[in-house]
Design a protein around this ligand. Structure first.
Ligand code: DP6
Length: 333
């Protein structure tokens, strides 16, 4: 029996990824930039023990059919890369609220990419591991990388990967407004935005400029500019999403209240900048030394949690143990 266990963390994009140029290869329409977090880890064990089909348990229970299909499709790709045919048993423990806009697919596919590639005997360079993770979920390619990651959109499979980029020290204050699963997945919402939003071409062209500017601001260690660009990128992404038909709107009144709070803090000299993914929760970006003060200012607007920059995907010793009684190894038909 061969087995490997890996751990990865979610990331929050400062320059957002929204939409693919190539769905099959998972090439994004534009590049993006993110901070890998030090919380909400996903730990995944991949075991090859001669099963007849792939099996996937998440947090101790059989995963849904949709989740299992996505994992199986990803394992197919790993088997292709490895020239292997044996099926796998996958056990994952995810500490993030799945589907609540905290990009659990990013930590999930980053951990799976590393654990599966190791179990199938592939020894991948970080760049190739990032390329592999990208095929599971676009944003997962950034969770391979510690701290700040830039995902180069690239022009083909070989050139689309994330790598580290230096920048100013940052912390994030996560304001969870609603921890439930979102109604429209980001994958589906991206398709709808591309197909129907008149603002989508503007989103793509402006993101290329924003990313170039963000890379300069990071290089200069300019926290203020990084923060300003972060908020601009988020609001432009949501503007393009909101212009889709039928309409899609992830931000609620309570989310907008957090954007208002950030504006108010800045007016008072406390620098915080807001961003939000495909969900109602808002993340404030601030200097690490300001995190406690920023968190105190949004207490009451949601469930508040301060997080910092975290490590890239890594192999770990401790496997995810099957829960007793051992979960059914079969995939639901
Ligand atoms: C809003 O990476 O979850 O969080 O590539 O279809 O799996 P797929 O989408 P996913 O999208 C993340 C979108 C976002 C912005 C971001 O993280 O850059």
């Amino acid at each position: 029996m061969t087995a490997a266990t890996a751990r990865a963390h979610p990331n929050i994009a400062l320059v957002k990824y929204w939409g693919k140029r190539d769905e099959q290869l998972m090439l994004p329409a534009a590049g993006s930039l993110s901070l890998t977090l030090d919380a909400f880890a996903t730990t995944t064990t991949v075991e090859l023990r001669g099963e007849e089909r792939d099996a996937f348990t998440l947090n101790g229970a059989a995963a849904t059919e949709g989740q299992t299909e996505r994992v199986t499709a990803f394992l197919e790709l790993v088997r292709q890369w490895a020239g292997a045919s044996e099926h796998a048993v996958v056990r994952s423990v995810n500490l993030a609220p799945t589907g609540a806009g905290l990009a659990s697919s990013a930590s999930g596919f980053a951990a799976l990419a590393l654990a599966a590639s190791a179990a199938y005997g592939l020894e991948l360079e970080p760049r190739d591991l990032s390329r592999l993770a990208r095929r599971g979920s676009g944003s997962a390619c950034r969770s391979i990388v510690p701290e700040l990651a830039i995902w180069h959109a690239g022009i083909d499979d070989a050139s689309s990967f994330a790598e580290p980029i230096a920048g100013p020290a940052m912390a994030m204050v996560i304001v969870t407004i609603d921890g439930s699963t979102k109604a429209v997945s980001s994958r589906e919402a991206m398709r709808r935005t591309i197909a129907t939003s008149p603002y989508y071409p503007g989103w793509v062209s402006s993101t290329e400029r924003t990313l170039a500017e963000m890379a300069v601001a990071c290089g200069a260690g300019d926290f203020t500019r990084v923060g300003e660009l972060t908020e601009v990128s988020a609001l432009r992404m949501h503007a393009s999403i909101q212009a889709a038909e039928p309409p899609l709107r992830y931000l609620r009144a309570a989310s907008v209240a957090v954007f208002d709070a950030a504006e108010q803090m800045r007016a008072e000299g406390l620098e915080a900048y807001a961003t939000a993914d495909a969900g109602p929760n808002v993340v404030l970006v601030c200097r690490p030394e300001d995190a406690a003060a920023v968190a105190a200012r949004v207490e009451g607007l949601g469930q508040v949690r301060v997080v910092g920059a975290g490590p890239g995907a890594a192999l770990v010793e401790e496997p995810v143990e099957p829960v007793e009684p051992a979960p059914d190894a079969g995939v639901p038909a």
